[in-house]
Design a protein around this ligand. Sequence first.
Ligand code: ARG
Length: 258
Amino acid sequence: MNKPGKWLRYGVLIAATLSAAIGTQARSLEDIQKDGKVIFATEGQFPPFNYFQGTKLSGFEVELAELVAKKMGLTIEWKALGFDALLAGLRQDRWDLVIASHGITDERAKAVTFTNPHYCSGGQVVAMEAGIKTGADLAGKVVAVQTGTTYLESVKKLPGIKEVKNFPKDTDARSALLNGRVDAWVSDRFVVKQALAGAPNAGMKVGDMVFIERIAAAVAKGNASLAAGYNKALAEVMADGSYAALSKKYFGEDVRCK
Ligand code: ARG
């Protein structure tokens, strides 16, 4: 009986099981380069970062990913899914990268590897009543947030909140405010800015930022080669003026983390 051979087979089996469990079956940068095509997932419901213009996926993050991929010599295949499904899909190797305004948190970093941030922002209070402005003003109030977001996590921690209503889409949380079903909506400051610009007479009033966060793309946990390739290309886009031009087009300002 060939004992070393048997142990080798066990070893291979254990390694394969472990790699499946920790997600190292994800495609490396080299695998992706051989293919020429990188798969990005986003939500497509979070304007102006990722949204559908008719049937076309667009937005700051969509265009930024296109610039980054081009620097990497790759074309993108896009997938659009519910926000909640995005990070989980990295674990199952259903796509290579996620770009959907995820704030870098310790909790998420246990499950995925974040790239360098592509913008800095934070959660902001919006209400129909001018008296609801700060985190403290949310005490006794019903607040709408998108499911699975850092807004939900932060609002849950505020003392005295009456109820946090969560919605699968951020645009539905906004509608709940406009329809008078909640007292406040907490969302990204740039999403809020665009929502107000798009409906200047709707009566929404912008309050304070309740927290700030660094927003980044993510790859499967431990996919260091892909994160490094993305980070290098992102740095190039940030250095050659194309990030600045894109940011100006969407926001009228440079939204990179300073
Ligand atoms: N920045 C928030 C977070 O990290 C919200 C992201 C929402 N993104 C989206 N595509 N709806 O949770």
